[in-house]
Design a protein around this ligand. Structure first.
Ligand SMILES: Nc1ncnc2c1ncn2[C@@H]1O[C@H](COP(=O)(O)OP(=O)(O)OP(=O)(O)O)[C@@H](O)[C@H]1O
Ligand SMILES: [Mg+2]
Length: 261
């Protein structure tokens, strides 16, 4: 795939936390209207890479990003770029659910309100209800929309954050292990949602579940120790990986268990 077709293109992306380098020269093209799965062992830099895309690393003291990240051909680190607008275009669901200290309703209504997406209270309520429904949470919370978002269970908070992220209709949705606290039924709802959103959005999802990556993504990128090892169509990465590190990871084999040369 050429960079021209990509919604997001990263070139030589290095990320540092103080003196420690977490990502090394990542070049990745992320196509529009597809789901790209980021996989790899814990600590390999998946969340770091995701946060680089919408500049959430800017909020971490000591974090520094080098290289280029293009969104529709525009560098997101261009100093003239409006970061608030960037984060409206590139929404994010964090690894740890982080509801605002507000009601369930307000958590979802906040974005659409500040971006002027509703002309009336009724229209705003419609967006909130639709977003909660799509995230598979509405039935559980419809009688307590005024309760604090933080009063929900972990899995419910995760779905609340997904509802909040889709309410503003971002062009790109970054999802960091969005189903890690969900039971199989809620997971299926979110996977269906991801598949449906793909028609209009570009989605990047981090997952530790190979089955989930295989089910929801069209492309997969494998990271190891801060480096992008390989990426390609999901079916190919899982059936015929080009690199041994990828094969070992997806088959659940550690280097020690590997048969000799
Ligand atoms: N805020 C931070 N300050 C310092 N180092 C960090 C910070 N966040 C991440 N790191 C380091 O950067 C590296 C990559 O971390 P990252 O969270 O991106 O990994 P990950 O692939 O998302 O792992 P996991 O699967 O466990 O979520 C790790 O070595 C981690 O310790
Ligand atoms: Mg992570």
């Amino acid at each position: 795939m050429g960079a021209a077709a990509a919604k997001i293109s990263t070139r030589g992306v290095d990320v540092f936390y103080g003196p420690k380098q977490a990502l090394f020269g990542v070049d990745l093209d992320i196509p529009r209207n597809q789901v790209t799965a980021l996989i790899g062992p814990s600590g390999c830099g998946k969340s770091t890479f995701l946060r680089a895309i919408n500049r959430m690393n800017d909020t971490i003291a000591g974090a520094r990003v080098e290289g280029e990240i293009l969104l529709d051909g525009e560098n997101v680190y261009d100093p003239v770029l409006d970061v608030v607008e960037l984060r409206a275009r590139v929404g994010m669901v964090f690894q740890k659910p982080n509801p605002f200290p507000k009601s369930i309703f307000e958590n979802v209504a906040y974005g659409p309100r500040i971006h002027g997406m509703a002309r009336s209270r009724a229209e705003l309520a419609e967006i909130v209800v639709r977003s909660l429904r799509r995230a598979g949470l509405f039935e559980e919370v419809k009688d307590r929309l005024d309760a604090p978002g933080t009063s929900l269970s972990g899995g419910q908070q995760q779905r609340l954050c997904i509802a909040r992220a889709i309410a503003t209709r971002p062009e790109v949705l970054l999802m960091d292990e969005p189903a890690s606290a969900l039971d199989p039924i809620a997971t299926a709802v979110i996977e269906e949602l991801i598949d449906e959103l793909r028609a209009n959005y570009t989605i990047v999802i981090v997952t530790h579940s190979m089955q989930q990556a295989a089910r929801v993504s069209q492309r997969t990128a494998f990271f190891h120790l801060g480096r992008l090892i390989e990426d390609g169509p999901t079916a190919e990465i899982f059936s015929t990986p080009r690199r041994r590190q990828t094969e070992d990871y997806i088959t659940g084999r550690s280097a020690a268990q590997r048969p000799g040369p």
